[in-house]
Write a protein that binds this ligand. Structure first.
Ligand code: SF4
Length: 381
């Protein structure tokens, strides 16, 4: 969530019906891949070989899979690694440290991901749905509605693809290995629960089963689907939960985050604190700073009272308004006062950097995801 990707409508996609993509290796765990390969008449160990190319070596071109018999390479790659993401556009900014990728899916749906390099890490921000059904009024994605859920492999492939970009040295001034993944692109991850959890399992499984990332380097954002937060807490995963709060009071949050009409601030925060208690992970509270809407000193004080003493960290996100939007970012002095009041209440708070802001002028919230595991490289107000 917290994305503001603004994607122009693809004229070729009009009239097409959204549909799920073909099955891909990343949809399956290793035993599932072995069963599939056996069904295809190949020895089960081929599943590990292809998995090692895809996850371990970040290779998807069958010509480079020279440990597979030449006669079966194309067929196995065709069955296990169908093309899921076709790059439409790749844009770089921040002197090459940020790269935004726009993908066309097999049914013409468009989604985007952002790769962000830092001196000590590389983070990818990925989408979990094409569009979003949560209808947050300040978000361009929310205005367009939900097209469909992404498959597990469509989610994973964004990270694997961009891990390959990072490995090629394309992200200046950063290590070549992808280390962090944030689910803050298009969509509400917990509304596509089972596929997102399966994708997390692929991302953290060691190669050749998965990408081998640390669970602690994965962040899942949500607008506050309470039952799903509680379910995530029971998954035996220690990923970071990022709760997009955006308002500390129900009256405003009902408007800014319409799902609040179903689960109120107190219920959402209770679920977040239970998540923190179960996993031992500090919860990120995401708060887009919107001028004259949610940035008043009294709201900072109320937020401070709600969060004081909790295992939480606030990330204030300067809103990146879309062209023609009635929403604007809070002025810097207002932002600084908001930070001061939160810190005076004993709440750890940072202001996010706005990586990628110059790309399209519209991916601010997506790129602003940056890093949410609490020790972000965010500029501090
Ligand atoms: S949850 Fe809200 S802010 Fe996030 S993508 Fe959906 S509509 Fe936008």
């Amino acid at each position: 969530m917290t994305s503001l990707p603004l994607i122009s409508v693809d004229p070729d996609a009009r009239g097409r019906r959204p549909s799920m993509p073909p099955r891909h290796l990343a949809d399956l765990d290793l035993p599932g891949r072995q069963a599939l390969v056996t069904e295809l008449g190949e020895p089960a160990f081929r599943a590990k070989q292809v998995s090692n190319h895809y996850f371990g070596r970040l290779v998807r071109d069958p010509e480079r899979m020279t440990d597979l018999p030449a006669a079966t390479r194309e067929r196995l790659a065709g069955e296990l690694l169908p093309t899921l993401l076709t790059p439409v556009r790749e844009l770089a900014c921040d002197d090459g440290a940020t790269r935004k990728a726009l993908w066309r899916l097999h049914d013409g749906s468009l989604v985007e991901s952002v790769l962000m390099g830092y001196p000590d890490r590389v983070t990818v921000c990925i989408s979990s749905q094409a569009g979003c059904g949560m209808a947050c009024p300040f978000c361009a994605t929310g205005q367009a509605g939900l097209t469909r859920n992404l498959s597990t492999a469509e989610i994973v492939d964004q990270a694997v693809y961009l891990a390959g970009v990072a490995a090629s040295g394309a992200v200046s001034g950063s290590p070549p290995r992808l280390s962090h993944v944030v689910f803050m692109g298009m969509g509400e991850p917990l509304a596509n629960y089972s596929r997102v959890v399966a994708a997390i399992r692929r991302l953290v499984a060691p190669a050749p089963e998965g990408l081998g990332l640390s669970q602690r380097h994965i962040t899942v954002s949500t607008v506050g689907l309470v039952p799903a937060i509680r379910r995530l807490a029971s998954e035996d995963l220690s990923v970071t939960l990022a709760l997009s709060l955006h308002a500390p009071d129900d009256e405003l949050r009902d408007e800014l985050v319409p799902v609040n009409q179903r689960w109120k601030v107190s219920e959402v925060l209770d679920a977040a604190w239970d998540y923190a208690a179960t996993t031992g992970r500090r919860v990120s509270i995401e708060y887009a700073m919107i001028k004259d809407v949610n940035d008043q000193p009294w709201r900072a004080d109320l937020l401070g009272r709600l969060l004081a003493g909790k295992l939480a960290h606030v990330n204030l996100i300067p809103l990146n308004p879309t062209p023609g939007s009635r929403w604007d970012a809070s002025p810097k002095p207002v932002e600084r006062e908001f930070v001061r009041r939160l810190r005076d209440a004993g709440v750890s708070t940072t202001v996010r950097d706005t990586r990628g802001r110059e790309i399209d002028g519209a991916c601010g919230q997506l790129a602003a995801a940056g890093d949410t595991d609490g020790d972000s490289r965010a500029a501090t107000a």
